[in-house]
Write a protein that binds this ligand. Structure first.
Ligand code: BG6
Length: 509
C-alpha cells in the first residue's frame, strides 16, 4: 500500500538539527522539568532533531543517583508525555545521556561539580563544550545562579564552544526588579547568550502571525487605522490557580499573563514588517511598536484598565471554589485573577485604534484569540435588508481549535436582498493533518540552534513592565470589592461596561 502524502506538507523542509551540546537544568526535579522540558527534549531526540552527541545534566536539592534521576524522568514521560509514542529503545538511548547532581543553588560546591561533570560528559558524549543552562527554578534564584555560573568560569567558554542561558518567567516583578535582573545577567553574560522564555512565542499559531501578515499581500494594505476599528485580544482560561496560589498571590493576571504573553501577541499584530527574519530584525520591529504605546496617566488608570477576582461558581459542569478559598491564598486577597486593558499607539499605523486586551482565570472556557474588527462600510447601501450591517471581523484563534476565520456578509438565497453573516474558515488540524509541536520543543531547539527570534529581548521585557507600571502602582494602593465575578462567567460586569462605553462589544465566545 502506498502511504498517502498530505499535499500541504509535501516539500516542507523539516528543519535543521541542533549542534552537540549539554543542557544543564537547574530545578531538575520541579514541575516544569517534568511536565514540559523532559518530554520536549525526548520528543526532539525521537525526531532526530537533536544529535546523539547530546546530554542532560539535572541539578536540584534532592539527593539522587544518575540512575534514580533517569527513573524519575521516565515516570515524568509517562505522566506528561505522549506515552503511546514512547519507544523503549529510543528512551534507553536517550536516558544514557541523562546525569544528575544534588546541591543547594546558594552554595558554590554544586557549580564546581557541574564544571567537572561537564568535562566528563564532554568526553563521554562528545558534546564539544557547548552548554545551555536552563533556569527552571523559583525566580529568586535567577540572578544568583547566573552569578555562580560566572564565578565557576562557566559563562564564557573558550574556543569555539558556546554557552547560553535560558531564563524562565517571571522575569522580574515590576520595572525596577526586571531592570535589576537584566543588569545582573548583563554583568556576566552577553545579550546574545541570554534567552528569556515566553512560551507563547513557541506556539505554532503565534509564529503563524508573521507568516499570515508578511507572506500574504492582501492583508497588509488593510492593516492600519484606515480600515481597522479596533483589535480585541482575549486570553480566557477555565482553570484556576492549580495549586500555585502562593505564587499567584504575588503576581495576579496583569503580571502573570498580560505583561508577557499578551504583549507578545500585541507586538506581533502591531509591528511593521521586519527587514528580514533575522532574530534582531524581528525583535527590533516588535520593540519599536511597543515603544509607541501611549503611556497610561497615573490619575486615569480607571480609563485604561479594570480588574476582577473570581468567586465560587460552576466551570464546565464542575462546582469550584472562589479564588480566596484556594490553598495558599489570603482569605482577604486583593490579587486580580482577571484584567482588561486598553492600549493605544501613538504612531501612524494605529492612530486612535484601541487594542482591548482581556485575560482571566476561571472563565467559561479556554480560548485565546485575536479579533481584528474592521470599520463599517463608508456608505450603507443595504438599508432595506432585514439583518443589521455588521463589520468584518478577522479572528485568529491561538488555542484551542487553532485557525483563522474571516466573517463577511453574504446574500441569503431567495428573491429578497437579505444578508447573513458567514465565515470563511481555515483550521490548522484539518488542513495540515498534523499535531503542532509543543511550544517547548520549538523553543529548546531554537536555543540549541542559536536562534533567539522567539525569545524576549532585554528591552522588550522592560517595555512590557513600563507599560503596566502605572496600573500596578494604582492597584497596589486602591482597594477593590472582590470577588466581583462568578467562576464560569465571562468576567465582571465592569469588563463589559469598559468597552460598551466606547460603543464596542466583546465578541461572544
Ligand atoms: C503561564 C501562567 O505562563 O501560562 C499560567 O503562569 C497560565 O498562569 C499559563 O495558566 C497559560 O498557558 P497556556 O499555554 O495554557 O495558555
Amino acid at each position: 500500500m502506498t502511504a498517502t502524502v498530505n499535499p500541504l506538507r509535501a516539500g516542507i523542509r523539516l528543519g535543521p538539527t541542533a549542534e552537540p551540546c549539554v543542557i544543564v537544568i537547574f530545578g531538575a526535579t520541579g514541575d516544569l522539568t517534568r511536565r514540559k522540558l523532559l518530554p520536549a527534549l525526548y520528543r526532539l531526540a525521537q525526531q532526530h532533531l537533536i544529535p546523539a552527541e547530546f546530554a542532560v545534566l539535572g541539578v536540584a536539592r534532592q539527593q539522587m543517583s544518575d540512575h534514580e534521576y533517569r527513573a524519575k524522568m521516565r515516570e515524568a514521560l509517562t505522566e506528561f508525555g505522549d506515552e503511546d509514542t514512547v519507544d523503549e529503545a529510543a528512551w534507553t538511548s536517550f536516558a544514557g545521556g541523562i546525569f544528575y547532581i544534588a546541591g543547594e543553588f546558594t552554595d558554590t560546591e554544586p557549580y564546581t561539580s557541574v564544571r567537572s561533570r561537564l568535562k566528563e560528559i564532554d568526553e563521554q558524549r562528545k558534546t564539544q563544550g557547548n552548554r545551555i543552562f536552563y533556569l527552571a527554578t523559583a525566580p529568586e534564584f535567577f540572578g544568583l545562579i547566573a552569578n555562580q555560573l560566572a564565578q565557576a568560569n562557566l559563562a564564557r567558554p573558550e574556543g569555539r564552544a558556546w554557552a547560553r542561558i535560558i531564563v524562565e518567567k517571571p522575569f522580574g516583578h515590576d520595572l525596577e526588579s526586571a531592570r535589576a535582573l537584566n543588569a545582573q545577567f548583563a554583568a556576566v553574560f552577553e545579550e546574545h547568550q541570554i534567552y528569556r522564555i515566553d512560551h507563547y512565542l513557541g506556539k505554532e499559531t503565534v509564529q503563524n502571525l508573521l507568516v499570515f501578515r508578511f507572506a500574504n499581500s492582501i492583508f497588509e494594505p488593510l492593516w492600519n487605522y484606515q480600515y481597522i476599528d479596533h483589535v480585541q485580544i482575549t486570553n480566557a482560561e477555565a482553570i484556576g490557580v492549580e495549586g500555585r496560589g502562593a505564587y499567584y498571590e504575588g503576581a495576579g493576571a496583569l503580571r502573570d499573563m498580560m505583561q508577557n504573553h499578551v504583549f507578545q501577541l500585541v507586538s506581533l499584530i502591531a509591528m511593521d514588517p521586519p527587514v528580514s527574519l533575522k532574530s534582531d530584525d524581528v525583535r527590533e520591529e516588535k520593540v519599536r511598536a511597543l515603544k509607541t504605546v501611549r503611556p497610561i496617566p497615573p490619575d486615569l488608570v480607571g480609563e485604561y484598565a479594570v480588574r476582577g477576582q473570581y468567586g465560587p461558581g460552576q466551570v464546565l459542569g464542575q462546582t469550584v471554589d472562589g479564588y480566596r478559598e484556594e490553598p495558599g491564598v489570603d482569605t482577604q486577597s486583593s490579587t486580580e485573577t482577571f484584567a482588561v486593558l486598553k492600549i493605544k499607539f501613538d504612531n501612524w499605523r494605529w492612530a486612535n485604534v484601541p487594542f482591548y486586551l482581556r485575560s482571566g482565570k476561571r472563565l467559561q472556557k479556554r480560548v485565546t484569540e485575536i479579533a481584528i474588527h474592521f470599520k463599517e462600510v463608508p456608505h450603507r447601501l443595504f438599508t432595506d435588508s432585514d439583518a443589521p450591517l455588521e463589520p468584518n471581523v478577522l479572528v485568529i484563534r491561538i488555542q484551542p481549535n487553532e485557525g483563522i476565520t474571516l466573517r463577511f456578509g453574504a446574500k441569503l438565497p431567495g428573491q429578497a436582498m437579505r444578508i447573513r453573516w458567514v465565515n470563511m474558515d481555515f483550521r490548522y488540524g484539518s488542513s495540515f493533518g498534523v499535531k503542532p509541536p509543543e511550544a517547548y520543543e520549538r523553543l529548546l531547539l531554537d536555543c540549541m540552534l542559536g536562534d533567539s527570534t522567539l525569545y524576549a529581548r532585554r528591552d522588550m521585557v522592560e517595555l512590557g513592565w513600563e507599560i503596566v507600571a502605572p496600573i500596578l502602582d494604582a492597584w497596589k494602593t486602591t482597594a477593590f470589592d472582590f470577588p466581583n465575578y462568578e467562576a464560569g462567567s465571562w468576567g465582571p460586569p465592569i469588563a463589559f461596561e469598559f468597552v460598551e462605553r466606547e460603543g464596542r462589544h466583546w465578541r461572544k465566545l
